[in-house]
Design a protein around this ligand. Structure first.
Ligand code: GLV
Length: 317
């Protein structure tokens, strides 16, 4: 019997590839690791049974129509906004994602951005590197305190909850807003969205991207925030209206932002680049060697389960 055909859109660790070989006939992208264009993805999927995709592969109705034999998509990400899940279900294609394995790593990174914005870390480092430091002074690069401040979490799921747990060590008051209050969130207080923006010193965005959360942070929300407040986005570009955020950072509506995701990434709104009160990172919140390995392996394990007739581990559609 010929092996089922699998497309892996981007480079994966060798151990992940090894776990799949012998079970699948694999077309991979190990050497170049270039993002596939839509026509390229469609052409490569035409004869495939399985797909291991990433957060940058947009899988819509048109792509699915070009892949008549596709049975299962294992996405190596927790967010699934790049995949038309309903269209997959309509076509009988199973979809899996990678929850849990990235929760703690991603929460760590939200904190890295939060601390960096509070204490002007990247700005201070550039000051040194550029040879501007002529000596110590009392009010040099003053930041804001994290300890004892108020943290607002928009989206209290697994990652939001892990961010909240870390806040206890900083003696913070934690507020959160969700579509519904979370039943088991004893260390954080549920508030309305406007209250979250008004009262928080740090607002961290962890909501999944959807038509409902598109620009959930725009000029109105930024205007509600304290002038001293910082915004951290580890969710998705599109959750924030980046144009409105550039303006808010330029005009001092808010103090600072830490951003790992952008509307239209990898392109950035050019307005961010000259600003010293924004910390910018290239969508790396889950990027530790261990966690990226665990994400890829979970995606691979889902494909193996499907091919071997076992229950999928983390099915979303
Ligand atoms: C990364 O952005 C993910 O959704 O896993």
């Amino acid at each position: 019997m010929p092996l089922p055909k699998l497309l892996i859109t981007r480079r994966v660790y060798d151990s992940v590839l090894d776990s799949l070989s012998g079970v699948f006939d694999i077309q991979h992208n190990q050497e170049k690791d270039e993002p596939l264009t839509k026509p390229d993805l469609m052409q490569k999927l035409a004869d495939k049974d399985y797909l291991l995709s990433t957060v940058v592969d947009r899988i819509d109705e048109e792509v699915l129509a070009a892949a008549p034999g596709l049975k299962c998509i294992a996405s190596g990400a927790v967010g699934t906004n790049n995949i038309d899940l309903k269209a997959c279900t309509d076509r009988g294609i199973a979809v899996t994602n990678t929850p849990d394995v990235l929760t703690e790593t991603t929460a760590d990174f939200a904190w890295a951005l939060l601390m960096a914005t509070a204490r002007r870390l990247t700005e201070a480092e550039q000051y040194l590197r550029q040879g501007q430091w002529k000596g110590w002074s009392f009010d040099q690069l003053t930041g804001v305190d994290v300890y004892g401040s108020t943290l607002g979490i928009l989206g209290m799921g697994r990652i939001g909850s892990a961010i909240s747990r870390r806040a206890q060590g900083f003696g913070m008051t934690v507020l959160y807003h969700n579509r519904r209050p979370a039943a088991d969130e004893a260390s954080a207080r549920y508030v309305e969205k406007d209250v979250l923006f008004k009262e928080s010193d740090f607002v961290v965005l962890v909501v999944p991207y959807s038509p409902q959360t598109h620009h959930i942070v725009a000029a109105k929300e930024l205007a509600l925030m304290k002038k001293s407040a910082c915004l951290v986005n580890i969710a998705r570009g599109g959750v924030v209206d980046d144009k409105a955020l550039v303006q808010a950072l330029q005009s001092g509506t808010i103090r600072a932002a830490g951003l790992d995701v952008f509307e239209g990434e990898p392109a950035l709104d050019p307005g961010f680049l000259p600003l010293s009160n924004v910390v910018l990172t290239p969508h790396i919140a889950s990027s530790t060697r261990a966690t990226r390995g665990a994400m890829m392996q979970l995606a691979a394990d889902n494909l193996l389960a499907h091919a071997q007739g076992r229950a999928l581990l983390t099915q979303v559609a």
